[in-house]
Design a protein around this ligand. Sequence first.
Ligand SMILES: Nc1nc2c(ncn2[C@@H]2O[C@H](COP(=O)(O)OP(=O)(O)OP(=O)(O)O)[C@@H](O)[C@H]2O)c(=O)[nH]1
Ligand SMILES: [Mg+2]
Length: 431
Amino acid sequence: MDEQNKLIDRAILCGVVWGKETQESVDRSLDELEGLLTTAGGVAVARLTQNKEAPDTRTMIGSGKAAELAYLCACNDITLVVFDCELTPSQIRNLEDIVGDDIRVIDRSMLILDIFALHAVTGEGKLQVELAQLKYTAPRLVGHGAELSRLGGGIGTRGPGESKLETDRRHMNRRIQALEQQIAEMDKNRKTMRAARDRSGIPEVAIVGYTNAGKSTLLNRLTDAGILAEDKLFATLDPTTRKYQLPSGEQILLTDTVGFINKLPHHLIRAFRSTLEEACMADVLLVLTDASHPQFREQLAVTEALLAELGATDKPTLYVFNKCDLGMAEIARIGSAAPENTAFISAKTGQGLETLIAKLETIISEGKRRVTYLIPNSDGGALNTLYRFASVESVEYGAEGMTVVALADAKARGMMRKYAVDDLPDKEDWE
Ligand SMILES: Nc1nc2c(ncn2[C@@H]2O[C@H](COP(=O)(O)OP(=O)(O)OP(=O)(O)O)[C@@H](O)[C@H]2O)c(=O)[nH]1
Ligand SMILES: [Mg+2]
């Protein structure tokens, strides 16, 4: 084997059919796992699935199946075993004892974290990934320190920026604390920047959706953002925001975000929470789905579940079905989304983008309401705010103050709330 070949992990993928899972759902999930493995630079050589009433607490799969796995590994030059379900640290140790010391056993979450480690670009992204790895991956590697240093940084053991993940227990806790502190500091800066952006009054639209749906391609197509868009899972980790001018002349901000995936590790959601929330604080969501993918319905469901977890439901949403150049015969209309909230496009060819923008424009302007304000004569600044951030329709000067009628969006209404005479409260005001 030459140097190059040594670096490519040959892997067996393992799935367990139990509980709500069926053979079919496990097979599909393994297809996705194979995509993740390819993205991480490995190659899937074989698959192993087992039907079980309940997972084995020692080894996840039964002991007979584990012996079969060891045999398969030995016959096929295997260096890596990836389980689609979450493994405990002791299950990993027991399985590694069975398959042999030179073979690493990891789970889906560790693989995803590995890809995140490879793809993190910004300082903040790297810190967030390292923190998630220290909390999830590292405890699963402890005890295999000797083997790891022998193997070098293979899939599942890579740190952000290709450095090796710290697994020394003594250093780990100190590092976790330092990372948490640094991330909290960055969070504060982000909040300050956000407050400044809020004051600018420009509507914000976040492009969210399953990984590989085409989010970066869409932002690139609309704004020449120059973001890396690839046929890889989790190509984007750091949000990118660009200005875009609607046909009406109004400016909006468009943000590309990290993709969602089924069984996204919780530590990762927590570590990336501030980044994800940032996107979810947008005024409007553009939920992108790869309409050509056989599992697009499931992918959309996963996206919606994660949005709910992040508290981003109840936002004006445009459902966008992408990659329609690849065929979309099966989709007439999707789920409960109304036609005016649905668009079919190809970010690649540009087909359907005009309609998408027109619908987006409508959604943004629908967020505006006519409100009457009574502004004390002493607060001339408030009237200026209205002139800047809303469309002022009339001003009457009286003894009590100025009575102003304006067409204002949610952001402007938020800024002017204390002077509103007849602004109906938003739903979120009650929460
Ligand atoms: N045929 C076709 N391919 C597309 C279209 N839009 C995007 N793609 C391809 O789909 C792949 C993924 O696109 P990205 O834009 O990187 O997807 P993403 O949603 O940003 O993915 P992550 O950042 O990994 O979450 C790339 O290979 C794109 O070229 C489309 O409309 N039609
Ligand atoms: Mg992307």
